[in-house]
Every structure is written in structure tokens, then in C-alpha cells.
Design a protein. Structure first.
Length: 311
């Protein structure tokens, strides 16, 4: 790490952020809906007891033709390491349906070099949690579905129009499902470029709404069909305390992204090789996975705390 530390020290150590006064406009004045891609808003819309209907409707559309979810119960979203010092996992939201099938829904805003590995790690938590302790167990598992909304593309080399990825365990020679207990659904939001007039399926409407609700000035023509979502995302339905929490989360997201973009641009203008900056980010991600304190990561990589938080 020392070789990257020396190279980045003079360029990134004094990173500051210039705020745009016009950027912090009240959410309800700019548009009628909160942005679902802000972390707080995503959890408020999908992971609160009051909005179980939203989560159920979304899951039923994603899994249309495969499962019919009648009811859901939220489960724990924090999985500490099984051994002291080992990394745990904090998930966006987890629920089970009437048959005990588990669903993990994650919103991923930034690209990560090992994102597929991370989603597999998260799934393994839900699988290992099914093990019965203290009695005989025959290893029969309930199915686990991992559904990831990716704000930025993470599937390089796939067709530009391929925004939906459905992954299962298959027998590669026979081309048949090997085991039906583990499923991954990845939705790349930035590849979904349909306009309002182009959306057709129910899933189209969900993806379009998730991607664009924060920019809408009026309801889309199909809003009534997704009333459960738009009512939960409507600014007018937030309490003053919730609106304050949303604004704070939105500003933090802007600040983190601006800090990351500003530092990257400054480094590039100063002649720092893109590869060196990328390597510093990769190191930071690995240290985060190991649970290393942000202060220490900043010391080793010379990335700012804001940049590390943005990761």
C-alpha cells in the first residue's frame, strides 16, 4: 500500500467540495415524489411495516410466472460475522413469504469490482441462517432470491439493451436447472432507456418509476396502476420529521458523490494515472470488506473520508 500512498498523497489529501447553492432545493418544490434511489427513501418505501404492500407488489412483478407472494414478513437485515473479527453484512431489506422463501432486495449505487461476489456472500448468509442448531437436520432448504437494483452497470460485455439478468444454478452440460433454491435477479437501471410512452409490461413500469420518480414533475399515465408505490413515495405523505430525514440523506448522497467526482477529476487533471486511482479505490473496498476503520483506510490510501463513504 505504501507505493500508492506516496503517489496519491499530494493530490488527494487536500480534497474539498464546492457546493452548488441551487442544488439543495426542497424535494417537494422540485417534484411531488422522493427519489427512491436515495438510501433512506428506498428503505422507507420498501422496508417499513406500513409499506408491505409496496414490497409485495414489486416482488410479484419481478417474479411473475415463478412465484405468487400472498404475504411477507420482514426479517433481520444485519448479519454479524460468525467468528469474532470476521466481516458481517448489513442488507437493505430482507423478507419471507407465506412459504418461508427468503427475498433479499439490495440497491447498489456505485460500481464495485467484486459486486457479484458480494451478492453471493449475502445470499450465503440467508442460506446458512436456515441451519437448525441443536437437533438433527436433513439440509432441506427454502429458496433464496437476491434481487439487486444497480444504478450503474456492472455487467460489462453484455448487450446494451440487456438490463435484466436472471441467474440460477444450472447444469452447464444439460442446460437445465441444477438446484432451484438459489436465484439472482440483477436490474441495471442505467441500461433501461425506455420513455414513458414506451413502457409496456408491469416490470417496465416499476423500473421506469424507480429510475425516474425523483425527477418527475407530474404523475405518469400509468400511475393509477402503481398507486401503492406512488402514494408511498409522495412528498405530501411524509411527516415533517421524515422530510427532514430525506433531505439530510439526499444531501449526504450529493456530498459523497461530489467529493468522489471532484477528487477524481482533480487527480486526473494533475496527471495521476487512472490506474493508480483505481487501485487506491480497489484497496479501499477490500479494507472496507475486512471491516477496517475508515480513518485507517484514509491513511493507507490517501482517499478522503467522503470518497470512502461514497464507496
Amino acid at each position: 500500500m505504501k507505493k500508492y500512498q506516496d503517489k496519491l498523497e499530494d493530490i488527494l489529501a487536500d480534497t474539498t467540495v464546492a457546493e452548488s447553492a441551487g442544488e439543495y432545493i426542497n424535494a417537494e418544490e422540485r417534484n411531488p415524489f422522493i427519489n427512491p434511489l436515495v438510501d433512506w427513501a428506498f428503505k422507507r418505501i420498501f422496508a417499513s411495516e406500513a409499506n408491505k404492500g409496496v414490497a409485495k407488489a414489486f416482488l410479484n412483478e419481478v417474479l411473475r410466472g415463478r412465484r405468487e407472494i400472498v404475504s411477507i414478513a420482514y426479517g433481520k437485515n444485519e448479519y454479524p460475522g460468525e467468528i469474532k473479527g470476521k466481516r458481517g453484512a448489513v442488507l437493505d431489506f430482507v423478507c419471507k413469504d407465506q412459504d418461508g422463501v427468503s427475498f433479499l432486495v439490495e440497491l447498489q449505487r456505485q460500481e464495485q469490482p467484486y459486486f457479484k461476489d458480494r451478492s453471493l456472500f449475502y445470499a450465503s448468509r440467508l442460506i446458512s441462517d436456515q441451519g437448525s442448531k441443536g437437533k438433527d437436520w436433513n439440509y432441506e432448504l427454502k429458496a433464496v432470491y437476491v434481487i439487486c437494483l444497480l444504478e450503474k452497470s456492472s455487467f460489462l460485455g453484455t448487450a446494451e439493451e440487456m438490463y435484466l439478468h436472471d441467474v440460477s444454478l444450472i447444469n452447464t452440460r444439460a442446460g437445465a436447472i441444477f438446484n432451484d433454491k438459489l436465484h439472482f435477479v440483477y436490474i441495471e437501471l442505467d441500461k433501461f432507456n425506455k420513455t414513458e410512452s414506451m413502457v409496456e409490461t408491469g416490470l417496465d413500469k416499476w423500473i421506469y418509476s424507480l429510475k425516474n420518480a425523483g425527477k418527475m414533475t407530474t404523475e405518469p399515465v400509468f400511475a393509477e396502476e402503481m398507486n401503492v408505490f406512488f402514494e408511498s413515495a409522495r412528498c405530501a405523505n411524509l411527516t415533517k420529521e421524515e422530510l427532514d430525514m430525506y433531505r439530510t440523506a439526499q444531501e449526504e448522497q450529493w456530498d459523497n458523490q461530489n467529493a468522489f467526482n471532484f477528487a477524481t477529476e482533480k487527480a486526473m487533471k494533475a496527471g495521476l494515472e487512472k490506474g493508480a486511482l483505481t487501485k487506491a479505490i480497489e484497496i479501499a473496498l477490500e479494507l472496507l470488506k475486512e471491516g477496517i476503520d475508515i480513518e485507517q483506510i484514509a491513511k493507507y490510501t490517501k482517499l478522503s473520508k467522503a470518497q470512502i463513504l461514497a464507496l
